[in-house]
Ligand binder design. Sequence first.
Ligand SMILES: Nc1nc(=O)c2c([nH]1)NC[C@@H]1CN(c3ccc(C(=O)N[C@@H](CCC(=O)O)C(=O)O)cc3)CN21
Ligand SMILES: O=c1ccn([C@H]2C[C@H](O)[C@@H](COP(=O)(O)O)O2)c(=O)[nH]1
Length: 283
Amino acid sequence: MKQYLELSRRIVEQGKWVENERTGKRCLTVINADLTYNVDSNEFPLITTRKSFWKAAIAELLGYLRGYSNAADFRAIGCNTWNANANDNADWLNNPSRKGEDDMGFVYGAVARNFPKPDGGSIDLVRKVVDNLSKGIDDRGEIITFYHPASFHLGCLRPCMFQHQFSILDGYLYLNSYQRSCDVPLGLNFNQVQVYTLLALMAQITGLKPGKAYHKIINAHIYEDQLELMRDVQLTREPFASPQLHINPKIKTFEDLETWVTLDDFSITGYEHHESIKYPFSV
Ligand SMILES: Nc1nc(=O)c2c([nH]1)NC[C@@H]1CN(c3ccc(C(=O)N[C@@H](CCC(=O)O)C(=O)O)cc3)CN21
Ligand SMILES: O=c1ccn([C@H]2C[C@H](O)[C@@H](COP(=O)(O)O)O2)c(=O)[nH]1
């Protein structure tokens, strides 16, 4: 929580204004932030200076791992975050490759699970990483990437948290996650949960002990219509201690994640928080 507040404060105090053409709004922006999460000691990086709807963030992660590319599939598992990008953005609505209501196109997990090969066919990057880690193999390239620039025209949004690399060292599993663009008031609240949970889940299904997760953010910003709430409300609140995340120990394989796992398999204890803040969302 301290890292989140420090980054938010840094943007408020040192950020520069940048015009964003896609949303038509200005963003107060800083470049580069490195956050570390202690998955080994179960310090779940949940925002405490406002109420966090953390389950939706885990649902979004599950949808990515399953390769979903439709906002209705995300809604069905408890996540509403893709409705606007799938259905309310004029550029995407006019894109001839959009396959109707709720279609997100070729994005995120759909890319990683079917990563196109230049010589034809595709590979499943998630499966490859899970299979190797389960055998204790780290080939120094255990990378799940959602980033496929040649396909950007086929999706509603470029991936923001675009790559996750796993490493094994001394029996511990580590994760480095990369994020090119970060909406700190709204997106980061979810992205912190996702980086943490991805390492915890991957360790659990591969039989490794979770170590640290490292989260690198490149462009970290606050939209102009979010600034007042962040500066005058959220940043004036005192944070509480981190809660703990509990994952159903019956989840043992990637197939479990793909088939029966729901949000009921995740719970937290020790979550003390201030009241919710409703930040504006830019489509
Ligand atoms: N401008 C923007 N910011 C983002 O963070 C973002 C995008 N666009 N587009 C793609 C995804 C969708 N994400 C979202 C979308 C909505 C919320 C949101 O409204 N969160 C609310 C409540 C969520 C709920 O009730 O489940 C929040 O208060 O955190 C968060 C992340 C993250 N990403
Ligand atoms: O997981 C996510 C997904 C998206 N965001 C934010 C970051 C930006 O504010 C927008 C995406 O806009 P671009 O013009 O494509 O950069 O969504 C996030 O923070 N986390």
